[in-house]
Ligand binder design. Structure first.
Ligand SMILES: *[C@@H]1O[C@H](CO)[C@@H](O)[C@H](O)[C@H]1NC(C)=O
Ligand SMILES: *[C@@H]1O[C@H](CO)[C@@H](O)[C@H](O)[C@H]1NC(C)=O
Ligand SMILES: *[C@@H]1O[C@H](CO)[C@@H](O)[C@H](O)[C@H]1NC(C)=O
Length: 301
């Protein structure tokens, strides 16, 4: 009798183990621990000390990243400040210094209309939004400009991107992959129902976005745009928004730096840890007073 109980227990335990393993690690590309990094706004041309110094700090970031064993990094948009040809040239000249793959996202300084949307892919040889799978995780990289804009000229792109986003979420869920989302703008800064601001998704689309994030159990969202470094939490603590200032300007007291991520299990709720590390080799860390002005407007009025 006792033997039978143990046998039944064993079968049940084994069954659950199998189910859990299948549930959490992805179908094809099973889980292995990995590390990745989040680069904030590189924004060459925005720093108070001139675009050459922004470029120099991008070079320092490359050295720092290369000394780590990241599988890849994600740069969360605003690659240059004005898209001036010398800024883009400086970016392109420095970019190959990074040894791991760096996934580039657009910010509002890169894309503010359909012409610059098209130009982004020409300048950086990447799509404005894309996704990739890595060790049982799906990374979805959104172009938050077209996603949250209501400019008439973006309309078709906006609809297409929302459809694409939902399809990616569905596909990741179907493949039992954990999901990490990144884009330029903050979904919100303090509370999920706060009023619209320059930094965040407008309420017009914020609810729809947050519903998807919750529906698909997204636990981690990587953003830039704010030029501050901090973590923002969901009301129910189900997800974290990681904001990192980057290497051109910061408006808080956290300086220039990079977010390091360690992924130690295929449960993104518990297996992802983050650490903010200052940019090494910077001799002057002057805080930027005031707020940006003259930034591209991506909304219709
Ligand atoms: C730019 O960087 C150089 C060297 O990194 C430094 O000597 C110089 O002071 C910086 N420029 C400004 C205006 O801070
Ligand atoms: C553009 O990217 C593709 C692959 O994504 C690569 O094969 C090609 O060499 C790149 N072209 C340039 C000019 O970097
Ligand atoms: C466009 O969106 C902005 C920000 O969400 C809003 O203030 C504005 O009223 C909207 N304009 C139109 C024409 O819908």
């Amino acid at each position: 009798m006792k033997g039978l109980a143990f046998f039944v227990f064993g079968v049940v335990a084994c069954f659950f183990q199998t189910v859990l393993a299948v549930k959490k690690c992805g179908h094809n590309d099973g889980f292995r621990p990995f590390r990745f990094c989040q680069l904030g706004d590189i924004q060459i041309g925005f720093g108070l000390d001139g675009w050459q110094n922004d470029t120099y700090r991008m070079h320092l970031a490359a050295q720092q990243v290369n000394a780590q064993d990241f599988d890849f990094c994600i740069a969360v948009g605003d690659l240059t400040n004005d898209r001036f040809s010398y800024e883009i040239q400086a970016f392109q000249d420095t970019f190959p210094e990074f040894e791991p793959e760096i996934h580039l996202l657009p910010g509002n300084h890169d894309i503010s209309d359909v012409a610059t949307l098209k130009q982004f892919s020409v300048d950086y040889n990447v799509s404005d939004h894309s996704a990739f799978s890595h060790n049982g995780y799906r990374f979805i990289m959104l172009n938050s400009i077209t996603l949250i804009s209501n400019l008439t000229e973006f309309q078709d792109y906006t609809h297409a991107e929302w459809r694409w986003f939902e399809k990616e979420l569905e596909s990741a869920a179907k493949h039992r992959e954990e999901i990490i989302v990144s884009h330029h703008h903050l979904p919100f800064e303090f509370t999920e129902d706060e009023p619209d601001s320059y930094w965040t998704f407008p309420n017009r689309v914020r609810g729809k976005y947050l519903e998807l994030i919750k529906k698909y159990d997204v636990r981690h969202i990587l953003v830039g745009h704010r030029h501050e470094t901090k973590n923002i939490y969901a009301t129910d603590n189900s997800f974290t928004i990681y904001v990192v200032a980057g290497t051109a300007r910061f408006f808080d007291t956290n300086g220039f730096g990079i977010n390091y991520f360690d992924v130690s299990s295929c449960d993104s709720a518990t297996g992802v840890s983050q650490e903010y590390v200052h940019l090494q080799g910077v001799t002057h860390m002057k805080r930027s007073l005031g707020l940006p002005n003259g930034c591209p407007d991506i909304f219709a009025h």
